[in-house]
Structures are given as structure tokens and as C-alpha cells.
Ligand binder design. Sequence first.
Ligand SMILES: [Zn+2]
Ligand SMILES: [Zn+2]
Length: 407
Amino acid sequence: LKTRHLPTPDCQQQWWQRVDAVLDGQVVEWRRALHRRPEVAFHEFETTELLLAALGTLGVAVERPLETGAVVRLRGAGPGPVIAVRADIDGLPVEEETGLPFASVHAGRMHACGHDGHMAIGLGLTAVLAAVAAELPGEVRVIFQPAEEILNGGAQALLAAGVLDDVDMVVGLHLWSLLPAGGVAARVGPVMAATDEFRIEVRGRGGHGAIPHQAVDPIVTAAAIIGDLQTVVSRRLDPALPGVVTVGTIHAGSAFNVIPDTALMTGTTRAHSATVRELLHREIGRVAENVARAHGAEATCVIVPGVPVTMNDPAMAAVMTGAIREALGPDAILDAPAQMAGDDFGFLAERVPGCYLLVGAGGEEAGATFSHHHPRLTIDERSLGIGLRVLLAGLQRLMDEPVTTRP
Ligand SMILES: [Zn+2]
Ligand SMILES: [Zn+2]
């Protein structure tokens, strides 16, 4: 009988009984209450109040390593791994258009990415485990992380605060409206993309709109650069490897009849490996500088580093796939493609072995047909219970047979 890290059968049974109790009551309510009061990155003050109030009813000790967010340690008496579970808590500067009865009451703010659901699952997890914490073989550390939606956000702040210093494994999830509710994916390898920003400044020589031959037009140069940037992915990148180059902003000029001195562009790159990431950055710079030169202008390209690839540890992904099968049955295992969106969970999974789940939350029936960040994003709320059950089954297995522990 293997008992080293396995929670006692009694303890396991209690987990599942408590899951049912929590699901019946609170998780959906928590999600809706949090959905009503979205706040943007590092401004999640009201959100933190709501979290603290809910955690207060669960009788757990709460740590506050950052100004917003919270950390709960559910620590057992027995030896075992420390497993962090991360739930991000920020909303977006989006005006909600769902018309839901629990829609945002904050103008221009919306939980348009589903982080309200992540918090509700984190609270549900805490509610289930709090009662049996003493029996846990090891520790489950529930991290309510602020500021996922911006660069240089919450994950880096948590790492700097040492929250992951003694952690063996980290688990995260995203409710995903592009996947059907009922299923969950635990991919091996990349799940979310390395996400960076580039800024290109084109410097020409301004002049009169009617006398172009005495000027160096940065707008025409910028247009040529944008055109040629499309060849970075289509001609420089191995077609078997995914990559994205998108120009998102372009600003130049102030009058219809004036050629300006400069043009500024910003954009984003996405990649699923460090190699592709570097190639995109190098080639964008090369194209910008040399196309500008061909036009008699100059261009500089600055890369603003964002987040690394979210890379799932293969052993953890295998364990979590087993957990999906156990909690929901084999049909619930989804084979989702790696996404080109980014998540700063990548920083956490870079520090310790990690696994990031995509929890199906979409479907016509629930009207959940819009993409994340859309003003009409909704989720099928069944995904909340599904995410919670898979997490619990996964944590049981990871505590039972830790795929990795600190030396
Ligand atoms: Zn988002
Ligand atoms: Zn998100």
C-alpha cells in the first residue's frame, strides 16, 4: 500500500463531499459577485476586499505579499510537496456589453478574460481544502495573482516577493471560450506563446506635402516596412513552426499637407520557443533598418520583452491528463492546439515545473461564443465546477506521486 504522500481515503472522500457542497452553493455566486466589480491590473483593491471577505468565511490565514491579491497556504502536518495554484484576478479596460444581470458596475471595466472565474475556482479550492488542510501531505498554496493582463505584471512581482521560492510545482488554468464546456486540455509542451512588444521609429525629413522630393517621407517608408514585415513569418520562419508578427499601432503626421519627420509603430510578436522568439526579433529589426535605408530614412527597432512561453512539464501534463480522465471521464480530455495568446504564468513555469490547463468554457447553449477580451465574452458556468474538480483530482495525484521535489 503506498501511503507516503497519498491523502488518506477518508481525507479524499471528504474532499469530494466538500466539492459537492461548495459547488452547490458558492462558486457560481463568488464568480458573479467578482464579475460585477472588475478592476484593472494592480488596481484590484475592491477585488482583494471581496477575496479577503470570502477567505475570511473559510477561516484561513491570508498573506498579502503584494498590495493587491492574496496568498493562502493550506499546509498539512505530513511531509510532501509544495504545490502552488495560481488564479489571476485582474479585469480589462473594456466596456461590458453582455447585458448579464451581474454585469460590471464599473464603467469601462470588465472581466473580459474570465479571471473572475479563476478567482471563484481558487476560492472553491480553498473552501474544499481548508477543512482537511491538516491531513494534506504537503502544502497547497493558492495564489490570487494581480495584473496578468499587462507586461511586467503580477507574476514577476510575486517571484520578486519570493512567493515561489520554496514551491515544487505550479498549476494554473484558463477558462477558454474557444473550447467546448465539458472538456479540459493539459497539453505537453507549449500552451501559451512568448509575447513581446516591438517599437519601430522611422526618421525621415519633413517638408511640404507638395514638395516630396526635398523631403524623406517616413510615412511611405513605414508603409513599406509594414509590408515587408509580413515576409518575416512567411519567408524567414520555418513553415512548420508557429509565429506571429502584428503591427498594432502607427502614428505619424499632424496635417494633411505636411510630410512629418518621424513615424512610430508598435506591434507584437508571438512564438512557442526561445529560438523562434529570437529569430522574429532579429528579422524585424533587420527589415525595419534596411527598408528604411532603401528609402533614404533611418529606423530603429526596440524590443520590449514581455512574457516567455508557458511550457507545460511533460510529467505534470501526463498526471493532469489522468486527473481529467478520473474527474470527468476520457471524453473530457481535449486535444487543444497551443495558443498564440500569452500569459505571465510562463514566468512561474520557468521557475518551477508547471502545468497550465485550458478549461473549455464555450458553447452556443450558454451563449458563450465570443473570444476572450471581447465586450460580450461570457462563459458556460459549468466550467467552474469542472475546473475545480480537475484541479482537485490533479492535486491529489501530484501529492501522491510528486513528479518533482526540491533537492
Ligand atoms: Zn486576457
Ligand atoms: Zn486571461
